[in-house]
Ligand binder design. Structure first.
Ligand code: 0X9
Ligand code: ZN
Length: 444
C-alpha cells in the first residue's frame, strides 16, 4: 500500500515539478496572502495523498550520523573562533557557553584539549518513510520544485517587469534560479540602475532562509502599484535568488526526514559529504573560524571558490557593476550582521562603517533582531558578505533569521514562526531597497 501511495505521490509531484513551462505555470496563481495562510496553517486535508499509519511527528535518531549538538564553556570571541577552527559549528552564544554542532571527532578533540563540554545530545527528528519532501508537518515550506513553480507563476503574471533565469548550475546540475525585477532590463541585460540582491540558503538546513526572499518576491510583485514599491521597481535593479544551495536543501529533506545538513553535496575524496559554501569565498579564505577537516560542518573546501555554487555567486557579482546592497539570509539567532566577519577590526573606511551600522540598526529595529559586527559572534573567513563588500564594494549583510534558539526550534522551527518572520523581514528588505539608491544617505 505504502509503495503504491509513494508511486502515486512520486508521479504527481514529478509531473508538477517538471511542468517547467511558463505558460503552464501561469495557470497556477500564488497570492502572498494565500501563501502566508498556507505557511501558517498547512492544509493537511487538501494534500493529494494520505498517510495511513504515519503520525504527524515521530522521533527517531539519525542513524549513521556521527554529529552531536553540544554546549561548551567558552567566554570570548577569540575562544569561539578557535572552537570554530576545531570543527564546532557554533549556533548559539549565551554568557560563557556556546552551543553548536560537532562531529564525534571534534568532540574527542575538544575533550583532549581540555574544553568543558556541559551538554551533548544526539539528533532526533521527524520521520516519514516514503516522502521525498518536507515532513508533513512542514509541508508549507517550499522544496526546490515548489519554489520554481512559484517563481515561474509570479514571473509569468508580471512579465513586463520580471524575468526568471538561471545564473548557473549547482554541483548536481540544478539551475540556480534568479528572479529579476527591472522595468527595462531582462535576465542578463545590463542595467545602470542601483542594484539590490537577496540570496537565501547558502546553508542547506536553513530552509526559512528560502521562504523569506521567495515570499518577498511574491509580495513585491503583488504590491507593485503601491507608490513606494512602484518607485523601487522603477528606479532599482532587484535580484532575488532564494536557493543558492539547491542540492543541499533537497538532500536535507530527502526521505522526508531532516538530516541537519549544512553544506553542499560535494563528495570529498575521503567520503565525507559537503563543503561549507559560507567558508568557500576567496576573501581571507581558509583562515580564522574555518575548518580544513572534511568531516566538519564548517569545512572550507580544498581551495577558494572550489564549489560550483560559490563560483556562480562570484560570476554573478562580478558581472554586475551596479550592485549596491545585499542580504545573505541564514538562520537562526535573530541577528543582523555586518562586516568584517573574518577579523575583529571594524571596517576601516569610516563612511562605510557608519553606513553599515546605521542600516543594520534600522533593520534590527524593524525585525526586533540584534545588530552587530559579524566577528563579535566569532570570526569566520571565506564568508559571502566579507567577499562581496571587500571585492565588489557592496553593502552586504548576513541575517540570522528566527527563531532565537535551538530550544525554540533551531533550524526546524515549524510553520508557526513563518508569518511573523516573513512579514518582519519583508519590511527590513524594503527598507534596504529604500536606501539602495544611495546607502550613504543613511548617515547624512
Ligand atoms: O557561520 C556562518 O556561516 C553564519 N552563521 S550560520 O549559523 N547560519 O552558519 C554566520 C556568518 C557570519 N559571519 C561571521 N560570523 N564571520
Ligand atoms: Zn547559515
Amino acid at each position: 500500500m505504502k509503495l503504491i501511495l509513494s508511486l502515486v505521490f512520486f508521479l504527481t509531484s514529478f509531473s508538477c515539478a517538471y511542468a517547467n513551462d511558463l505558460g503552464q505555470a501561469a495557470e497556477k496563481s500564488f497570492s502572498f496572502k494565500q501563501l502566508l495562510k498556507s505557511i501558517s496553517e498547512p492544509d493537511l486535508k487538501n494534500l493529494n495523498f494520505s498517510f495511513p499509519e504515519a503520525k504527524a511527528e515521530e522521533n527517531f535518531v539519525l542513524r549513521g550520523d556521527e554529529r552531536y549538538f553540544i554546549t561548551v564553556l567558552a567566554s570570548t570571541k577569540e575562544e569561539r573562533t578557535r572552537l570554530m577552527e576545531l570543527g564546532l559549528d557554533i549556533q548559539e552564544v549565551e554568557g560563557n557557553k556556546v552551543s553548536g554542532i560537532a562531529h564525534a571527532k571534534t568532540v574527542t578533540l575538544l575533550s583532549q584539549k581540555g574544553y568543558v563540554i556541559v551538554e551533548k545530545i544526539t539528533f532526533s527528528g521527524y520521520a516519514k518513510e516514503f516522502l521525498k519532501d518536507f515532513p508533513i508537518a512542514d509541508s508549507a515550506y517550499h522544496n526546490y520544485a515548489e519554489m520554481v513553480e512559484v517563481l515561474q507563476a509570479i514571473t509569468a503574471k508580471n512579465s513586463d517587469i520580471a524575468s526568471l533565469y538561471s545564473i548557473g548550475k549547482s554541483l548536481e546540475e540544478r539551475e540556480i534560479w534568479t528572479l529579476r525585477i527591472n522595468t527595462d532590463a531582462k535576465e542578463n541585460e545590463k542595467s545602470d540602475k542601483p542594484g539590490a540582491v537577496f540570496i537565501g540558503d547558502h546553508h542547506a538546513r536553513e530552509h526559512i532562509s528560502v521562504e523569506v526572499p521567495l515570499l518577498h518576491a511574491v509580495w513585491l510583485l503583488e504590491n507593485r502599484n503601491k507608490p513606494e514599491i512602484k518607485n523601487y521597481i522603477e528606479t532599482l535593479d532587484i535580484y532575488i535568488i532564494p536557493m543558492l544551495n539547491p542540492d543541499g536543501a533537497e538532500y536535507d529533506i530527502e526521505g522526508g526526514k531532516y538530516k541537519w545538513h549544512r553544506k553542499n553535496t560535494r563528495k570529498n575524496p575521503d567520503g565525507n559529504i559537503g563543503v561549507d559554501l559560507n567558508r568557500n569565498y576567496a576573501f581571507r579564505w581558509g583562515g580564522a573560524g574555518a575548518s580544513h577537516s572534511t568531516y566538519s560542518d564548517t569545512y572550507c573546501g580544498p581551495s577558494a571558490f572550489s564549489e560550483p555554487e560559490t563560483q556562480v555567486a562570484k560570476k554573478f557579482f562580478e558581472s554586475h557593476d551596479n550592485l549596491k546592497t545585499y542580504i545573505s539570509y541564514h538562520s537562526y539567532s535573530e541577528l543582523v550582521l555586518y562586516p568584517w566577519g573574518g577579523v575583529y577590526e571594524p571596517v576601516e573606511n569610516e563612511k562605510d562603517r557608519k553606513a553599515f551600522i546605521a542600516m543594520a540598526k534600522e533593520m534590527a529595529d524593524i525585525t526586533g533582531y540584534t545588530a552587530k559586527q559579524s566577528s563579535e559572534l566569532y570570526a569566520a573567513t571565506g564568508d559571502a558578505t566579507d567577499w562581496t563588500y571587500a571585492e565588489r564594494g557592496v553593502f552586504s549583510f548576513t541575517f540570522e533569521l528566527s527563531p532565537s534558539r535551538w530550544g525554540s526550534g533551531g533550524f526546524y522551527p515549524g510553520v508557526s514562526i513563518l508569518e511573523k518572520t516573513v512579514k518582519d523581514n519583508i519590511a527590513a528588505a524594503n527598507y534596504l531597497l529604500s536606501v539602495t539608491d544611495d546607502p550613504y544617505k543613511t548617515i547624512k
